[in-house]
Design a protein around this ligand. Sequence first.
Ligand code: KIV
Length: 271
Amino acid sequence: MSVESKVRAVTTATLAKMKHEGEKIAMLTAYDFTMAKIVDGAGIDIILVGDSAANVMAGHTTTLPITLDQMIYHAASVVRGTERAFVVVDMPFGTCSGDERVALEAAIRIMKETGADGVKIEGGEELLPCIKKIIAAGIPVMGHLGLTPQSIHQLGGYGLRAKEEAEAEKLLRDAQLLDEAGCFAMVMEKIPAALAERVTRSVSMPTIGIGAGAGCDGQVLVVHDMLGMNKGFKPKFLRQYADLHAVMTDAIGRYVGDVKSGDFPNEQEQY
Ligand code: KIV
């Protein structure tokens, strides 16, 4: 399969400049062409093809089951719908857990087969050899520290991370190592705001928070959550900008009623 690879308007240089000039970075997830077109058209800076697709699109309870082929399918669809935003794709669980060559091959497949702009990798110091190898191949890497859902079985839950001194110090050290390794940005998920602000001040790359407070250089949310499509999911960090669950349920309910009553289609809606 060949894809058209092009440089979109938002690049790693744009993102670095935004941090330098104090302009906040807005990032959202998308997993398909139609959503990517809407998100990109609304002016988002970064689109994340997150492995949260495993939850949102496929109904899994963790992000572990999604495969590299499935991530590539989602990412290629998103890239086809994106003109302006920087598109970054999650390396799925297992691709960076061992051999650096395997990790590099997975990252190269993502870049070649989707036309995306970079990859995101969950984890710190332990993954540095893989991260460095991928960066050395010319592929932009975004880090991800704090709550790293691919390690959910080790973490034991989706609660706040780095509350204790030792974990906070490790996170700070990991962030500095990722910065030195040349990551172009980093997600920090569900950590205390004061720690996220301290990390943000100590690294040159932009930091993007989710449940990490206002001191980050940017923010990310799962688009289905902020649009209110995921009924009942309301963590403290989530601001819900719409209630699409209600809007869609109402629209679909009215359609069902119109079909059953024979009101749809009417004279004007047929040939
Ligand atoms: O997969 C994802 O959606 C993510 C975000 C929560 C940052 O990694």
